[in-house]
Design a protein around this ligand. Structure first.
Ligand code: SF4
Length: 467
């Protein structure tokens, strides 16, 4: 008999029972909430006259709607203020811990969970947000849920779910200089497609993944959902355990050693069976940029854009639609395409290591005339660390704006929005039509270092030529 994957071990350990529908009633170890998807769930709970079953397993923060310019209360936007007040009242009434702006730990939900040590290997983690897959970097089974499922977790700490199949993705070799975790996940999604992962959990493995830091693994897992996967994870190892030691919510002393044994035990067995296996050559991954309206439409920065006729039949009409929307020309390279806005931040790439890499680039020049460039730390802890290292000054003196933590221009549910047809070089995770706040705004996804390079050149540039 073959061994088991992490997905199967964690799933089995959290199974309450198998339901007649064929789904599993799965216990959720950690539930994360924010201001956008929780108010309705709390309202539904109230209607049911139910209470929060395990308040100590839910943690809240504010991220989507919080402005990054001025976070003073009451917020200038009345609706945003209302959502903040609702979250404060709901969490207070239920006894749920809220990391608000006064706490010193506020930030994007997928940034603060890991940095606080709330996210741990072997857990099941749910959050009313698509990018909950981020937490899989620790060897957790983590997925986004809808509002009625947020209600279900609040009421019962359980969800009815179908077990995904597991696809192992090995990234071999070694990354070249100027190639980052963002390029790895863009290359994976380009190869497997934005729907290629439907019904799957992605297990990321191989020498490139093993060599990544925890923050880089978070970037890879963050975009699993963009490849259609239910969740994505990396098996816990020494890197995971070293990262967790000393974090505020990680176990301490003997309990940490006991937890370590459990964490290591949930890693996939060497002879685990997978529904599918894929291999990518890490040495061949180049700095990547999206050119279309989904994250699978990307090229290496020095590659020309594909002609629709060269693409597989099922990608052709999406490519034509993308070219129509983006105003880019098939057959031409993206390098040199003028950008209006440059955004460094988000739950994909708003961590300290991202800001350090972007700052390395920012030190080499000044933001080009006419370009608006924003740096938005993913959390207050990231901002503090950046301040200790003098990064805000590096960015400011190069002409970038340094902002307060939040989701900012990733989704633009706050004042940071594109205007008209502006083209934005962005370190976020979605390039959908209108994603960054203007119905006609356009997004090019890339690594934070590449965004910084675009800011200095005023156009898409190859970071390898800047560093
Ligand atoms: S940074 Fe973007 S993708 Fe991440 S939680 Fe915020 S809005 Fe969602």
């Amino acid at each position: 008999m073959s061994g088991r994957s992490l997905l199967d071990k964690v799933w089995d350990a959290h199974t309450v029972r198998e339901l007649p529908s064929g789904q599993t009633q799965l216990f959720i170890g950690l539930h994360l909430i924010h201001e956008v998807t929780s108010p309705q769930a709390f309202a539904m709970l109230q209607e049911m006259e139910a209470r929060v079953r395990f308040p100590e397993r839910t943690f809240a923060t504010v991220d989507h709607i919080i402005p990054t310019h001025n976070q003073e209360r009451p917020l200038a936007d009345g609706l945003a203020e209302e959502m903040m007040v609702a979250l404060e009242e709901n969490t207070r009434a239920a006894g749920i811990h809220l990391f608000d702006a006064k706490s010193g730990h506020q930030g994007i939900v997928h940034v603060i969970g890991p940095e606080l040590g709330l996210t741990q290997p072997g857990m099941t983690i749910a959050c009313g947000d698509s990018h909950t897959s981020t937490h899989g970097a620790f060897g957790a089974v983590a997925f986004g849920i809808g509002t009625s499922q947020v209600r279900d977790v609040l009421a019962s700490q359980c969800l009815a779910l179908a077990r995904p199949r597991t696809r192992r993705i090995d990234v071999t070799g070694k990354l070249a200089a100027g190639v980052y975790a963002k390029d790895v996940i863009l290359a994976i999604i380009r190869r497997l497609g934005v729907k290629g992962g439907v019904g799957f959990a992605y297990e990321y493995a191989g020498p490139v993944i093993e060599a990544l830091s925890m923050e880089e693994r978070l970037t890879v897992c963050n975009m699993s959902i963009e490849g259609g996967a239910r969740c994505g994870y990396v098996n816990p190892d020494d890197t995971t355990i070293d990262y967790l030691r000393g974090r505020p919510y990680a176990p301490e002393g003997d309990a940490f050693e006991r937890a370590t044994r459990w964490w290591r035990s949930v890693a996939s067995d060497a002879d685990a069976a997978y529904a599918d296996r894929v291999e990518l050559a890490g040495d061949r991954i180049a700095p990547s940029v999206t050119w279309g309206i989904n994250p699978g439409q990307s090229v290496a920065v020095d590659e020309r854009l594909p002609l629709p006729g060269e693409l597989p039949d099922d990608e052709r009409s999406a490519a034509e639609e993308a070219y129509g929307y983006m105003g880019l020309r098939p057959g031409e390279p993206l390098t040199g395409t003028a950008v209006d806005v440059c955004f460094i931040g988000s739950c994909t790439n708003g961590r300290i290591s991202d800001l350090r890499e972007a700052a390395r680039v920012a030190r080499t020049g000044r933001v080009a005339a006419g370009v608006k460039a924003l740096v938005v730390p993913g959390s207050q802890a990231v901002a503090r660390q950046a301040e200790e290292e003098g990064l805000p000054e590096v960015f400011r003196s190069a002409g970038f704006e340094w902002r307060e933590p939040g989701c900012s221009m990733c989704l633009a549910m706050n004042p940071d929005k594109l205007v008209g047809r502006e083209l934005c070089a962005s370190s976020s995770n979605r390039n959908f039509k209108g994603r960054q706040g203007s119905p006609t705004g356009r997004t090019l996804l890339m690594s934070p270092a590449m965004v910084a390079a675009a800011a200095l050149r005023g156009a898409v540039a190859d970071v390898r030529e800047v560093l």
